[in-house]
Design a protein around this ligand. Sequence first.
Ligand code: ADP
Ligand code: ZN
Length: 620
Amino acid sequence: MHDRSRHDRTHQISVIQVYCPAMHDAQDILRTVFGYDNFRPPQDEIINTLIAGDDALVLMPTGGGKSLCYQIPSLVRPGCGVVISPLIALMQDQVNAMRLLGVKASYLNSTLSAQDALEVEEALLAGKLDLLYVAPERLVQERTLALLQRAPLALFAIDEAHCVSQWGHDFRADYLKLSVLQERFPEIPRVALTATADVRTRADIVSRLELDGARQFIAGFDRPNIRYRLALKHSPKQQLLRFLRDEHPMDAGIVYCLSRRKTEDTAAWLQQEGYQALPYHAGLDAGTRAQHQRRFLREEGVIMVATIAFGMGIDKPDVRFVVHLDMPKTVESYYQETGRAGRDGEPADAWLLYGLQDVIKLRGMMAQSQGSEEHKRAEQQRLNAMLGLCEITTCRRQALLNYFGESLPEPCGNCDTCLEPVDTWDATEAARMALSAVYRTGQRFGVNHLIDLLRGAETAKIFQFSHQTLPTYGIGQALDAGQWRSVFRQLVARAYLSVDLERYGALRLEQKCRPLLRGEEIIALRRDQKVKSKTAKKTRANEALSADIDPVLWEALRDKRRQLAETQGVPPYVIFHDKTLREMCLHRPRTQVEFSRLPGVGESKLEKYAEAFLTVIGSI
Ligand code: ADP
Ligand code: ZN
């Protein structure tokens, strides 16, 4: 079964799906070990491929369920599955979670003592391990390779495989050396997994890891349980507070900021407001970072206020919201960051605030960017896509998926523009006034002065430059300052105007303006909503609790889970996901058999926890 030739693979796989006893094993393991009834396609196909001894490349969104794709074949095939992961800090948690499921898992990395490492190595050689997590730098050492060559191996799983690509932002030099696996272990199937969709990254993975013969599995990128909202920023702190109070009073989440300073300020302020908020950025020392990450994973309801330094590999399933207080530079980063919400498939929020200043700052930074013309053009396109996403008046999810080359035939019904449709207005006249104000003042002024000019304000600066004499002076009194800001924001976002940060954010006309100025083009702009909708409560994503769940039982179950997690030194979600607790509330199982039917309850957890939770349910 291991050395099946490549050309008849397709045929073999279809046969396996129907008859192969190994697939029954896989289905069985899914149920008895993990407590789930069905595979999420294409998990089953990936698992088949690996069980058959073939290689695979897996592209799935965060939360799609990549881990099962190598965990189950590692259990079905003889020998140990070796998982290569750059995230040393998370290995212990991953191993603990596996052990609670009754899987014999261990890890090898620099945090182990020599003695402990030796014990792991002995267990491996004796065939006593199902899964072994190894850091890439450890794996490529000759000593480790020699060890693995003497051990019975089921497969190699290369997690976060995009780290092999210099094109991406998580490049790790050690990943380049992983091509050694193909040379030294040609018989052992390999699977590379990533959530990064980029075509170029994918090509890099295939060539650098020598995965030319691998079957590629590219799962859909939609995350229907995430509600996308991109709102206008006016008073960000108050907006954030209202968001947390109305929608996520007890929940864990991530708040992304652009600067280190801002993460600290925001975390401190949230603490004052009574939230468990912690900062995280690359400038904090390693100890503090590890401690904050640990608390985020272990405790419930912690809010991480972080720069983009935080997040890769954080597979906490119950992150209920991801907030962006500043706009990310690309749709790729936005999607990856928001993808950290709701990995458990339960409702979650992605909420971004953006405003004129964000648009000006990012446009200005682009203008200053170094590098080849090609590089700049690519950067520019990416930024345009991000700004475009903010300003569109149609379904956000359709736009997002479209960006990744997928299509969603109908509007999603679970994004802000679907839930509260946005008006547009014919802004041709206003846009022409704005552009001509830029032109008449010599393309040397920032937006505030231009608005003063249009509104006929009597400021010192107006008189200093004799701008009261210009024909555009005071022609824009029909719109208030806020409306003008909206016009300028959208003109900059759509690249009618560029920004010169070296000259204090002076606005300049772009080629694209000409048809508009000549009256050959009309332009429709988004009508910004002025008043905050009072319907937040009604439209909140996470309302399952209030609807049909007894809060007393819910809290009691959470308490029990917290207790168990503490005594066992694991995060609460490793005991049971929220979803399992919710099902307990809904179905109130009374017996072990009923309990075993809950999602996420396999044999090991049934034995370990059924009694404790049944007692709680029985007592309320
Ligand atoms: P990824 O690594 O792709 O981000 P994970 O492997 O962490 O995702 O899986 C995300 C969540 O989905 C986990 O909590 C996992 O237990 C759950 N999950 C995975 N596969 C299934 C399945 N077939 N049925 C139900 N839940 C699943
Ligand atoms: Zn939508």
